[in-house]
Design a protein around this ligand. Structure first.
Ligand code: NAD
Length: 281
């Protein structure tokens, strides 16, 4: 069994990004990322802090726009419009979730698609599904990068994606299909989850339920990727996979923490550099 070490690969990518940032700076360009944070959600604050720190370490200029929970839709749209027109900013992301009174779809659609480093704008979603160059969402993109690093060719393999959200499962499905995997996607209403996961050469799970995937649900030699992030009662971070037992059957497996999580941040930096190069053109 081989651990798919996202921490190690993300460190390697961050070093490459630091180098690319230096090259861009020599051409007079400083890549810039803006992050919009609304409210006091603790997890969101932690994620934004991590993104800010990663930008600083790679030489990317970052600016966080913090707003109270009570911000109006129009104020948020005005800020996005202002950032869209700010030449010092190449990438813009809105940290989700937004408060219930905000129309998230309208907010995401207001982002300039050429600055949409989270890949949530319908323009980029459409291009991704069509197999065209796009900004793909960072978490599934990080999974594909891990496969590349470990020489895992998904072409012709049976992949089962568990979880079908717009930010994880659906773009994961599109990225796998674009690389010619045969993809099965499961969700809360899937009748017999184990029937699907047991058949798969590759099982990728992003749901948010501790121990959803147990050893009897995966075949021998399966490649298992755990995107889930959960906190146990004693404050420990765990994924959706029963790592202790599933790792005995898997050929490759991601740990939590240290698997997909760090890759998500590395892909955000990579997408920001991609946006800066796009704007340079
Ligand atoms: P979400 O709540 O938007 O979507 C969850 C998906 O899981 C839905 O499609 C739902 O139908 C499905 N689901 C729920 N219960 C299920 C069950 N019993 N069987 C099968 N499918 C079921 O969540 P999300 O934003 O997609 O996040 C999913 C998980 O991934 C969370 O734990 C989140 O913290 C984590 N996540 C991790 C990263 C990372 O960087 N590692 C990034 C984003 C999200």
């Amino acid at each position: 069994m081989t651990i798919l070490d996202g921490k190690k690969l993300s460190d390697k990518i961050k070093t490459q990004i630091k180098h690319e940032t230096q090259l861009l700076k020599q051409q007079g360009i400083t890549p810039g990322l803006a992050v919009i944070l609304v409210g006091e959600d603790e997890a969101s604050k932690v994620y934004v802090g991590m993104k800010e720190k990663a930008c600083q370490a790679s030489g990317i200029y970052s600016k966080v726009y913090k707003f109270p929970q009570t911000i109006s839709q129009d104020e948020l749209l005005n800020t996005i419009n202002q950032i869209n027109n700010d030449d010092t900013i190449d990438g813009l992301l809105v940290q989700l979730p937004l408060p219930p009174h905000i129309n998230t779809t309208e907010i995401l659609q207001a982002i300039d698609p050429s600055k949409d480093v989270d890949g949530f704008h319908p323009y980029n979603v459409g291009r991704l599904v069509a197999g065209l160059d796009s900004f793909a969402p960072c978490t599934p993109l990080g999974v594909m990068e891990l496969f590349k690093e470990y020489g895992i060719d998904v072409k012709g393999q049976d992949a089962c994606v568990v979880g079908a959200s717009n930010i994880v499962g659906k773009p994961m499905q599109a990225l796998l299909l674009n690389e010619f995997a045969t993809v099965d996607i499961c969700h809360i209403y899937t009748k017999n989850l184990a029937e699907h996961t047991k058949r798969a050469d590759i099982v990728i799970v992003g749901v948010g339920k501790i121990n959803l995937i147990t050893a009897d649900m995966v075949k021998d030699g399966a490649i298992v990727v755990d995107i889930g992030i959960n906190k146990t009662k004693d404050g420990k971070l765990v994924g959706d996979v029963d790592f202790k037992n599933v790792s005995k059957k898997a050929s490759f497996i991601t740990p939590v923490p240290g698997g997909v999580g760090p890759m998500t941040i590395a892909m955000l930096l990579k997408n920001t550099i991609k946006a800066a190069k796009l704007h340079l053109k």
